[in-house]
Design a protein around this ligand. Structure first.
Ligand code: PA5
Length: 427
């Protein structure tokens, strides 16, 4: 479960002014009658998901954990960010008790790719290649290079056994290749776009491989669906959040800054930037989503938030109970002067950083803050959080009269790049 606190927004959000529109839009989402209505499959997916496929995902994850040292997750954008956000939030950055997970296919950097390939030379690794279109250049290039290495290490049969392809059920180059080479495949449903796909095989296979409980994640998402599929704005914090964004957008704010207080949650900020940026940033409209990890970034962007141009509001995603804690000890010499913290938990110190910052930004900086709190970070709560943000994103984009499910702007760079690279058939 999550709690949303609107007590720090400087001005109260005029919910009454939005009640009718929210009711109409919620019905439009349910009836699938709004813009981009072919891509609303995620709204009911946590209830209707393919149970056999989830069983197959769990089997594949077990096999990968047993037979391999490393899993390479090869995808970009919506075919990568959700899985990474979940894996880091649930299992951390340096876990010693799970399969190593490496990300590839999200960059064309020769430095990064060459280093990863070198690292993999001495690893027994499997690959989960993820692409709905099956033709994304970053992913395809990395996948080709991975296969070259795998063929050298495992031969043709071993390579086919070590590749798991998550893609469209019928279309695209990756699906054709998977069928002809005999890779195990998982489906990205037709009616779910990349940035809403973390609750499908796209996110679920890598998350399960890392030890996340995907059944609980889906249960959390489904409980959020039940709570938030509700056009009564006075009772729906998910839509209240969407309305608050719209209110800030129409009252002089251009930027929403997502704030987390854990390096393990930094990738949630990356996932949010993509979800909101790609869903809403169209037709010269939309809030610019940015993200920071405090207290780290209080020593960089914190200055701007406190004192710079008043263009932003903050949305804080915090977790009450840490999964691990440390108690500060007393030291005889006290050379660092930290004995005043002896006996205190680090979670307490981090909490005071949060409280002190909230007060500074709200009272002195006059920066509006929305505070979203999860009791703890586990698979269930994370599924709930994912759904909260996806549903709020759809509402938020529709309030701006934007189609939340396409990304026409992304195509332009791709086209230019293909022309410059001389891709056959592209002018
Ligand atoms: O959200 C989206 O739709 C995009 O970010 C896509 O996920 C991204 O472009 C990758 O596309 P594909 O899965 O077709 O490789």
């Amino acid at each position: 479960m999550i709690h949303v606190d609107f007590k720090h927004t400087i001005n109260p959000i005029p919910l009454k002014d939005y009640e009718e529109r929210v009711k109409i839009i919620n019905k439009m989402i349910d009836d699938k009658s709004g813009k981009g209505n072919d891509f609303l499959g995620w709204t009911t997916w946590p209830r209707d998901y393919d149970k056999n496929e989830v069983a197959r995902i769990l089997e594949a994850a077990k096999r990968i954990q047993k037979e391999y040292e490393t899993l390479v997750v090869c995808g970009i954008g919506g075919s990568y960010l959700g899985a990474r956000a979940a894996i880091e939030a649930l299992t951390g950055l340096y876990p010693d008790n799970r399969l190593e997970i490496i990300y590839l296919g999200q960059t064309l950097s020769p430095n990064y790719i060459a280093q990863v390939l070198k690292h993999l030379e001495n690893k027994k690794f499997a690959v989960n290649v993820i692409s709905k279109s099956g033709t994304t250049t970053e992913t395809s290039v990395a996948f080709r290079l991975l296969k070259e290495l795998m063929l050298k290490k495992y031969g043709k049969e071993g390579t086919a056994k070590a590749i798991f392809a998550t893609t469209d059920k019928a279309r695209g180059a990756l699906k054709q290749e998977a069928d002809s080479e005999g890779y195990e495949t998982f489906v990205i449903p037709d009616d779910i776009g990349g940035r809403y796909s973390v609750i499908t095989a796209v996110g679920l296979l890598p998350i399960a491989c890392a030890g996340g409980d995907i059944v609980q994640l889906l249960k959390g998402a489904d409980d959020a669906r039940i709570a938030y599929d509700n056009g009564d704005l006075s009772n729906n914090v998910c839509y209240q959040y969407a309305v608050a964004r719209n209110y800030f957008y129409t009252h002089g704010k251009a930027v929403e800054l997502y704030v987390t207080y854990e390096p393990h949650h930094t990738q949630i900020g990356e996932w949010l930037k993509q979800l909101y940026g790609e869903s809403e940033g169209k037709e010269k409209k939309g809030l610019l989503p940015d993200s920071v990890t405090f207290s780290t970034d209080l020593h960089s962007l914190g200055q701007f938030v406190q004192d710079g141009s008043p263009v932003l509001f903050e949305t804080i995603v915090r977790v009450k109970e840490p999964n691990q804690d440390i108690v500060m000890k007393e030291e005889k010499e006290n050379l660092d002067g930290l004995n005043y913290l002896a006996g205190k938990k680090l979670s307490f110190v981090n909490e005071k950083a949060f409280e002190g910052t909230l007060k500074a930004h709200e009272e002195d900086g006059k920066v509006p803050n929305i505070v979203i709190t999860m009791d703890k970070m586990d698979s269930y709560n994370l599924g709930y959080l994912f759904y909260f943000f996806m549903r709020a994103c759809a509402m938020s984009a529709y309030l701006m009269d934007i189609n939340p499910f396409n990304q026409p702007g992304v195509e332009i760079y791709k086209h230019n790049m293909f022309v410059l690279l001389g891709k056959p058939g592209v002018k």
